[in-house]
Design a binder for this molecule. Structure first.
Ligand code: BJW
Ligand code: ZN
Length: 252
């Protein structure tokens, strides 16, 4: 299929050229072209096949730890095989072309880091940093048996308190990590341009970040497969895949 021609608004290119501080705020869509499933896309999203309330809450983990741990182990193994895509790479390049760039992600993968981004603020934790459910002691991941599909797997046990090891992600009803949250909100309030990439913008409190940037006078550009409704004069929607649009925002 021929690639769609995308016109980047001059207003955005000019704002990026003049910006002192750019914030890149990402969601699952930025990793979609790496083969990582999003959550809410109608046919391919994880929540089309799995019930978030049975997998992504502390109550679900306590009710069926093997189901939840096995599901996350399966996703972790898929992520180990994935590679950063042109969107992750363009963000690294953009960081070299502006005085300051902060990456804030809702993703639990490490594809920004593997592309070369530094000091990424992970609002929803990391699938690679499990910890004890009882005493929060970090757990060094060991190689698990290879999985070809999702399957139940008992979680390992904490060597300090014998508690169950849980995935290091933020589940529904849990607080976001405070330091990351404060740094992310401060960056949004102090940036000139915010790029909101591949997020449905429905999960709180992360969804407030573009709004905060707008209220602080920044230009906000949404980059998404779907048009994003823009209520503000300094808000733009660029429709298309992130891996095609992001490279158009950086110089070769
Ligand atoms: C592309 C593309 C391409 C595709 N290019 N674009 C009412 C009821 C119950 C709860 C609540 C409620 N109202 C508010 C809440 C709270 C809740 C919440 O917001 N729920 C809403 C869903 C209703 N929030 C919380 O519970 C948070 N905690 C909290 O509020 O705590 C309060 C508290 C304070 C103090 C003490 C204690 C508590 C925590 C939220 C945690 C979210 N966790 C998850 C799972 C992480 C672990 C895991 O990976 O399994 O995080 S949910 C899931 O959604 C994941 C994501 O990070 C997050 C956001 O999703 P994202 O990234 O936007 O993905 P999608 O799939 O939604 O969108 C992808 C987009 O990309 C789409 O728009 C596509 O079009 C686009 N796209 N391909 C460009 N190639
Ligand atoms: Zn423990």
């Amino acid at each position: 299929m021929p690639k769609k021609t995308i016109q980047v608004p001059t207003e955005l290119l000019n704002a990026l050229a003049d910006a002192q501080h750019v914030v890149v705020f990402t969601g699952a869509g930025v990793s979609a072209e790496s083969g990582v499933s999003t959550f809410r896309d109608a046919l391919t999203g994880l929540w089309a096949r799995f019930d978030p309330m049975q997998l992504a809450t502390p109550e679900a983990f306590l009710a069926d730890p093997d189901l939840v741990w096995g599901w996350y182990e399966w996703r972790r193994q898929l992520l180990l095989k994935a590679h950063p895509n042109p969107a992750h790479q363009a963000i690294v390049k953009l960081a070299q072309q502006v005085p300051k760039l902060t990456v804030i992600t809702q993703n639990v993968d490490d594809l920004h880091e593997r592309a070369g981004s530094r000091d990424v603020l992970h609002l929803h934790g990391s699938i690679f940093n499990p910890r004890c459910f009882s005493c929060a002691q970090p757990y060094p991941l060991k190689q698990a048996p290879a999985m070809r599909h999702e399957q139940a797997l008992p979680p390992p046990t904490c060597s300090y308190c014998q508690g169950m090891i849980r995935p290091g992600v933020v589940w529904f009803g849990e607080a976001l990590p405070q330091a990351e949250m404060e740094a992310a909100f401060a960056a949004a309030e102090n940036c000139d341009v915010l790029l909101s990439i591949g997020t449905s913008g429905v999960v709180q409190p992360a969804a407030q970040i573009p709004q905060l940037a707008l209220r602080s006078g920044a230009l906000v550009a949404h980059i998404n497969l779907e048009p994003v409704s823009c209520q503000h004069a300094r808000e733009l929607s660029l429709v298309g895949v992130a891996g095609q649009i992001l490279p158009l925002l950086v110089q070769d």
